[in-house]
Write a protein that binds this ligand. Structure first.
Ligand SMILES: Cc1cc2nc3c(=O)[nH]c(=O)nc-3n(C[C@H](O)[C@H](O)[C@H](O)COP(=O)(O)O)c2cc1C
Length: 247
């Protein structure tokens, strides 16, 4: 399994925002749809998150909703699908969809909203690296698999076990509370395997700095401020290079 990315830029997941239609607007080499919720418990958690004012994709039938989004982008752009699920089945079903449409599943071990953590999704998985590894082991046989992590005590261990279990990449949000980015954490994870460096990439300078410690560079909020952000980054020869993900 392999996906060729036309450049080293990645549009990072934004729940309730990164639909196929939205992602089509950006020249990033890889766009990440979602986050989506793949099973009933994760969807229930999403409804509670929406009830307190945050954005989420709510589908009556989660798997059907995800497949419809994937079908809209497949063949047009290299894509991954960022997924939360409280059961292994949810990840397996999404892995089957992305395999059929030539994409990547990105296991969300990152979201810190308490509703998702209660449902054993998002950051809960990073805090339980063995459970995370067993999900990766199951789905990476079926589809190209990435894992999204956030800075935290278990981050490096979770990355190591994820790579060992078959992850094609780790996408690390290296946020330091207070608004900074831990480039040394990204560098440590890059030594273990293919890494997407994330957090606070809001200028060409920051993107080039991230490209020194990571294989691929992602951004989310900068795109909301400036829809032409990725066009500007493509002025960098390094960031404009193609890249192959395989597993
Ligand atoms: C509105 C919004 C929604 C987000 N939703 C998700 C999500 O569903 N899954 C995920 O892994 N990360 C999610 N993130 C985190 C981003 O993908 C990214 O890791 C974070 O914003 C830091 O990168 P940035 O500094 O480029 O924004 C979200 C971020 C924002 C701003």
């Amino acid at each position: 399994m392999r996906v060729i990315l036309p450049n080293r830029l990645v549009l990072s997941a934004m729940a309730g925002i990164n639909s196929a239609e939205f992602c089509m607007n950006f020249p990033a080499g890889l766009v990440i749809l979602g986050g989506f919720n793949a099973d009933a418990k994760a969807m229930e958690a999403a409804k509670r998150v929406v009830a307190r004012g945050r954005r989420e994709f709510l589908f009556d039938d989660p798997i059907k909703g995800i497949e419809e989004e994937v079908a809209r982008i497949a063949g047009k752009k290299a894509f991954a699908v960022n997924v939360r699920s409280s059961s292994l089945d949810g990840y397996v079903e999404v892995a089957d969809i992305v395999r059929r449409y030539g994409g990547i599943i990105e296991i969300n071990a990152h979201c810190r909203q308490p509703e998702f953590i209660e449902a054993k999704c998002g950051q809960w998985l990073m805090e339980h690296p063995k459970e995370l590894a067993s999900v990766v082991r199951e789905v990476s046989d079926a589809a190209l698999t990435g894992v999204k992590l956030r800075n935290g005590a278990k981050c490096v261990e979770a990355a190591r076990l994820a790579f060992k279990a078959g992850a094609a990449y780790v996408h690390v949000d290296a946020m330091i509370p207070g608004g900074l980015c831990d480039f040394r954490l990204v560098e440590r994870i890059s030594r273990l395997g293919i890494t997407i460096g994330n957090n606070s990439v809001n200028s060409l300078e920051m993107a080039e700095k991230m490209a020194k410690v990571a294989h691929l560079v992602s951004a989310a909020r900068a795109i909301l401020k400036d829809p032409h952000f990725f066009h500007k980054l493509l002025a960098s020869p390094k960031l404009a290079e193609p890249f192959e993900l395989s597993g």
